[in-house]
Design a binder for this molecule. Structure first.
Ligand SMILES: *[C@@H]1O[C@H](CO)[C@@H](O)[C@H](O)[C@H]1NC(C)=O
Ligand SMILES: *[C@@H]1O[C@H](CO)[C@@H](O)[C@H](O)[C@H]1NC(C)=O
Ligand SMILES: *[C@@H]1O[C@H](CO)[C@@H](O)[C@H](O)[C@H]1NC(C)=O
Length: 283
């Protein structure tokens, strides 16, 4: 009896598992920015532990000959290294759980140069000068560090800027050079942000976050001349004071101004009051 049951159990288990088909992954979607392509999918029986395999082929091919992320136990697969920017592909996924394999999912069509999003510039740095702002921009790069302008030959920066006192008046400047000098008003605060776009590929990136900078004031010739004059006057004054001090030190009897000497000679309490205000060494 015991041996009969022991033989029966695996048969029952096999029967049950054969009837419970595991679902294929669904909702395939590609998260694609520049040349970083990550396939994501849903799997309805998420509470079961499952692993997956991805296949892809060029959309004109007939045979699914390429597999990637074989047996991965997460619901995503990075295909950046496999898919060429100018190719067009079909992708599908299969689940494996408790020794069973699901059917293949519906195929997803993915054409990188049409479907991928263009990332925003990697960086923008500003330097303010006398009535100028120098803008240094860094273009977006692909998954392996390749500049996106190598793939999109017409990639162009669009700089948007405005005087902070006149925010409604927005100026735009397009350039394919990464260094740009803007000639602006002196002593004014400007804010700016940058995006990149390609007309050939019908793509525009998001803008970078807004950054602000002050231009320096102009230094006109008159101001400089006045500055130099002021400097000369200060030096002359200091020299004069120094000369007077030295003269006073060498002849202490001549230090009292003539107007006070008049009081000293006239005598009286008023004279006494005035002379006592001098330091003792002068008496
Ligand atoms: C798997 O595919 C077969 C044949 O196309 C189909 O009969 C079956 O219902 C599918 N199973 C599931 C779980 O979708
Ligand atoms: C652009 O900005 C939107 C909204 O913040 C965001 O959802 C999207 O992912 C961004 N695109 C890129 C390519 O970074
Ligand atoms: C950069 O832009 C200028 C004009 O805006 C154009 O004449 C030139 O060919 C462009 N250079 C490249 C390398 O695309």
């Amino acid at each position: 009896m015991r041996t009969a049951l022991g033989l029966l159990w695996p048969a029952v288990f096999a029967l049950c598992s054969a009837s419970v088909w595991i679902q294929p992954p669904s909702l395939l979607r590609m998260e694609a920015i520049n040349t970083r392509y990550t396939l994501h999918w849903d799997w309805p029986s998420a509470h079961h532990h499952a692993c997956f395999t991805v296949q892809y082929m060029y959309s004109h091919e007939r045979v699914w000959s390429r597999s990637v992320c074989e047996g991965v136990c997460v619901q995503s697969c990075d295909l950046s290294a496999q898919l060429a920017f100018s190719g067009s592909y079909l992708l599908r996924v299969r689940a494996e759980s408790a020794g069973q394999r699901s059917n293949w999912s519906h195929a997803l069509k993915f054409t990188p140069d049409e479907d991928t999003l263009l990332g925003q510039p990697r960086g923008v740095s500003l330097r303010g000068g006398v009535a100028v702002v120098t803008v240094q921009m860094a273009e977006p790069v692909g998954h392996d560090g390749t500049p996106m302008s190598h793939l999109m030959k017409d990639l162009t920066y669009r700089l948007t800027y405005w005087d902070t006192h006149i925010p409604a008046q927005v100026h735009e400047k397009d350039t394919n050079l990464s260094l740009l000098t803007l000639h602006l008003k002196p002593d004014t605060e400007y804010c700016m942000r940058v995006c990149v776009f390609s007309r050939d590929y019908h793509k525009t990136s998001n803008y970078t976050h807004t950054q602000c900078i002050h231009t320096h004031g102009q230094r006109p010739v008159l101001q400089v001349t006045l500055g130099v004059c002021a400097g000369v006057c200060v030096v002359a004054l200091l020299t004069g004071i120094h000369y007077l001090r030295r003269k006073q030190d060498s002849s202490p009897h001549h230090h009292i101004p003539t107007i006070l000497q008049a009081y000293t000679t006239s005598g009286g309490s008023r004279t006494l009051h005035l002379t006592t205000t001098y330091p003792p060494s002068y008496r």
